[in-house]
Design a protein around this ligand. Structure first.
Ligand SMILES: Cc1cc2nc3c(=O)[nH]c(=O)nc-3n(C[C@H](O)[C@H](O)[C@H](O)COP(=O)(O)OP(=O)(O)OC[C@H]3O[C@@H](n4cnc5c(N)ncnc54)[C@H](O)[C@@H]3O)c2cc1C
Length: 397
């Protein structure tokens, strides 16, 4: 059954993809986004085939492709080994194997394309500067209480989808779910012009593994910039969850000033940005129900993950596709939301667990890293995409 009136709280990657998928399925959709404009921080995102496939199915292929880069290979490095220990082909090999590309893209470009596609439909109400505060039950749906541009405002809907991120108000306040907590890891993100990068590294995704830290880099903006994500295990002392960090502060925190741990060319890459943005990586206990009656959760609000499988955004995109499908078949939003949760929970838990395991492997201490590196050198690195085939092969059947 289609034609519900739905309210999506949060206009991030998950909320905007959901709005698009739901509107295309014939529902009336309102999106409340607390920010004054749709934007994403200056950093990249990897879109594996399971995510790019959904975005292409939504008709976004031609709009996204000019902004995406398609790395030729994934190169794995170990600081213990002092350099590269293996590589896996990406590029055309992935599109051929999975029927959809492995894209890397700037988040601002992805957000802009999603928002433009939603706006171009003309039938989705996008309300910016709108912060959801609470809900009240009504006989045939719910009343959503929000603050829009500082003024209280109410919205009536037959279904509320909380796509409001890891610190979701819908999860904690309305669903009584767990609060976000710091996961003991800090991510630093920065982008630099590609001209600053050695020619040999410009078309690759790189993963440097090191005790209690790792570095990922890949090209974005159709290859014009390089995105750097550097992760370190530590405690979080800042008041805000995302703060600017100077190059010097980063160098101290990442051990660039201490005993030489980061060999070239990682050391040079880590020295390139003038400033970084520092993020607290958060998670929460997954043992709670996402859905109750006409309320459910989507994306990080439901299943935030450590980013070490590069799948948080991809899972939010998958959620959107599945939610649109379950709403087609179910008699009402409550039944659809339960069916959606049942379809999504096993897979999202397995991916969150995979990300945790990847983190443990990337951050191994010197002795276990010796065995890890030996296995990768003996050929395992040439088939790394086999390890993620179960994630990348997904289609919204
Ligand atoms: C370092 C790092 C690297 C990553 N790399 C990748 C990657 O390569 N690939 C990948 O797939 N994923 C990656 N991720 C994960 C990905 O960024 C997230 O999973 C994704 O952004 C989640 O999207 P979302 O829409 O669920 O939540 P968000 O992007 O957090 O969006 C939530 C939105 O809700 C709004 N909001 C919050 N509260 C309210 C409210 N009360 N009312 C109204 N609006 C509200 C917020 O302003 C925000 O716009 C990475 C994450 C990190 C930290």
């Amino acid at each position: 059954m289609s034609g519900h009136s739905l309210l999506v709280a949060g206009g991030g990657i998950g909320g905007l993809t959901a709005a698009l998928a739901l509107a295309r399925a014939g529902h009336r959709v309102t999106v409340l986004e607390q920010a004054a404009r749709f934007s994403e921080v200056g950093a990249g995102i990897q879109l594996a085939p399971n995510a790019s496939r959904v975005l292409i199915d939504l008709g976004l292929g031609p709009a996204l492709a000019p902004f995406a880069a398609i790395p030729e290979d994934l190169r794995v490095y170990s600081t213990r080994a002092g350099g590269e220990i293996g590589r896996t082909a990406l590029g055309a090999a992935i599109a051929e194997r999975y029927g959809a590309p492995y894209w890397v893209i700037h988040r601002a470009d992805l957000a802009r394309v999603l928002a433009a596609a939603v706006r171009a439909r003309g039938d989705v109400e996008l309300v910016l500067g709108a912060r959801l505060r609470d809900v009240e039950a009504e006989p045939d749906g719910i009343r959503v209480l929000a603050t829009v541009a500082g003024q209280p405002r109410e919205f009536r809907t037959s279904g509320l989808i909380g796509a409001d991120g890891v610190r979701s108000c819908v999860r904690t306040r309305i669903r009584g779910g767990p609060p976000a907590r710091y996961a003991g890891r800090t991510a630093y993100r920065a982008t630099v012009p590609i001209e600053m990068i050695p020619e040999d590294l410009r078309r690759s995704t790189g993963l440097w593994m090191s005790p209690k830290a790792h570095l990922v880099h890949y090209p974005i903006r159709a290859g014009r910039e390089l995105n750097l994500v550097a992760v370190v295990e530590d405690s979080w002392v800042d008041e805000s969850w995302s703060v600017p960090a100077s190059a010097d502060a980063f160098a101290r925190h990442f051990g660039l000033d201490g005993p030489v741990r980061w060999p070239e060319p990682a050391r040079s890459l880590l020295r390139l940005p003038n400033s970084w943005t520092k993020w607290a990586l958060c998670g929460f206990d997954s043992r709670f129900e996402w859905s109750s009656g006409p309320v459910t959760l989507l994306g990080d609000a439901a299943h935030a993950t450590l980013p070490f499988a590069a799948q948080g955004g991809a899972m939010a995109i998958e959620d959107a596709a599945v939610l649109a499908r379950t709403l087609e078949a179910a008699p009402n939003t409550a039944a659809a939301f339960l069916a959606y949760e049942t379809l999504r929970k096993g897979r999202t838990r397995a991916i969150v667990e995979q990300a945790r395991k990847n983190g443990a492997i990337y951050h191994m201490g010197d002795l276990p890293a010796l065995a890890r590196d030996a296995v990768l050198r003996m050929g395992a690195a040439t088939h790394l995409d086999d390890r993620v085939a179960w994630i990348w092969r997904w289609t919204p059947a």
